[in-house]
Design a protein around this ligand. Sequence first.
Ligand SMILES: CCCCCCC/C=C/C(=O)SCCNC(=O)CCNC(=O)[C@H](O)C(C)(C)COP(=O)(O)OP(=O)(O)OC[C@H]1O[C@@H](n2cnc3c(N)ncnc32)[C@H](O)[C@@H]1OP(=O)(O)O
Ligand SMILES: NC(=O)C1=CN([C@@H]2O[C@H](COP(=O)(O)OP(=O)(O)OC[C@H]3O[C@@H](n4cnc5c(N)ncnc54)[C@H](OP(=O)(O)O)[C@@H]3O)[C@@H](O)[C@H]2O)C=CC1
Length: 290
Amino acid sequence: MGYRSVFRPGLFDGRTVIVTGGGSGIGRCTAHELASLGAQVVLVGRSEEKLKVVQAEIEEDGGKALGFACDIREEDAVRATVAAIYQATGQVHGLVNNAGGQFPAPLALISQKGWEAVVRTNLTGGFLMAREVFTQGMNRNGGAIVNIVADMWGGMPGMGHSGAARSGMENFTRTAAYEWGCTGVRVNAVAPGWIASSGMDTYPESFKATIRTLRSAVPLKRMGEEAEVSAAICFLLSDAAAFISGDTLRVDGAASQGNVAVFPLPDHHNSQPFEGFHRAVRPALFDTDA
Ligand SMILES: CCCCCCC/C=C/C(=O)SCCNC(=O)CCNC(=O)[C@H](O)C(C)(C)COP(=O)(O)OP(=O)(O)OC[C@H]1O[C@@H](n2cnc3c(N)ncnc32)[C@H](O)[C@@H]1OP(=O)(O)O
Ligand SMILES: NC(=O)C1=CN([C@@H]2O[C@H](COP(=O)(O)OP(=O)(O)OC[C@H]3O[C@@H](n4cnc5c(N)ncnc54)[C@H](OP(=O)(O)O)[C@@H]3O)[C@@H](O)[C@H]2O)C=CC1
C-alpha cells in the first residue's frame, strides 16, 4: 500500500504523548508519526534496549523522545514511572495504551498463570497506566487517551484470554470516557484487525501460516499496515476528534463485519474439536503420543 501521512506538520507541537509498547511494531510506528508531527514522545516498555533504539531513531530524525522502562502490570512501577514522566515533562496531553500481546492457545490448555499474564498485560496494565496518567495530572488539563484493543467480541478460538481482556478494555474505555469527560479528558479505543506488524513475528510459524490464509477472509483482501493503525490513533489524539469520546474505531478492512468465522481452524469439524490447532500451537503437549 505505502502509507503517507495525511496530517499537517506541527499538529502535535507542544504536546507530550506517552506510547506504551513504543519499542516495537505499532507502538514504534505511532511514536515516529507523533514525533514527526511535533509531539514529545515518551516511550514505555519492559525492554530498555528496545526503547533506546526507538528514542535514537526519533532523535536522529530531529524529533523529541524519552524512554522509561516499566512493566505495566506492576502497580508500584506504573505509579513511579508516571510520576517520573510528569516530573520530566511537566504535562501529559496524550496516552496511547498500546502495550499488549498474547500467546495463541486453546482455553482448555491455558494455565491460571498464563491467563493472568495475558489479562494483566492487556487489561490491568492499561487501566493502571490510564488511572495514573489521569490522577497525576491529566484530570487538571484535559487530554486524550487511546486504548488499543482487538475486535474479538464474537469470540476467537485460540485467543480466549486475550479476547476476554480486550473486551474488558473496550468496556473500560466507555466507563472512563463517561467518568472523566467532565474534566475534558477523552477516552477512545482503536481495534486493529490483522496487521502485518513486527509483533506478529513473535508467533510460531504454524500460527503465522494460519494468519496468512486469513487475507482472503478480509473483505479488503489484505492485511493492514502498522501506519494505518497509527493514523487512526493520531486522529483520535488530535483536536479533529475533539467531540469523540467513548468510541471504538476499527482498523480491520471490515474483517469483523458479518457473521463469518475468520479463524480457519484445521480440525474445525473433527470429532475432537480443535485438536489440530492444539497440536500446531503446542506440539510439546502431545509428546507423550510418541
Ligand atoms: C478481526 C480482528 C482480529 C483481531 C486479531 C488480534 C490479533 C492479535 C495480534 C497481536 O496481538 S500481534 C502481536 C502482539 N505481540 C505479542 O503477542 C507478543 C508475544 N507475547 C508475549 O510476549 C507474551 O505472551 C505476553 C503476553 C506478553 C506474556 O509475557 P510474560 O513474559 O508474562 O509471559 P511468560 O512469563 O513467558 O509466561 C507466563 C505464563 O504464561 C504461560 N505461557 C506463556 N507462553 C505460553 C504458550 N506459548 N502456551 C501456553 N502457555 C504459555 C505460561 O503458563 C507461563 O507460565 P509458566 O510456563 O512460567 O508456568
Ligand atoms: N498486529 C496485529 O495484528 C494486532 C495487534 N493488536 C495489538 O496492538 C498492540 C501492538 O501490537 P504489535 O505492535 O503488533 O506487537 P508488539 O509485540 O510489537 O508490541 C507489543 C509491545 O508491548 C510491549 N509490552 C508487552 N508487555 C508489556 C508489559 N507488561 N509492560 C510494558 N510493555 C509491554 C512490548 O515491549 P516489551 O516486550 O519490551 O515490554 C512491545 O513493544 C498490542 O496490544 C497487540 O496485541 C491488536 C490487534 C491486532
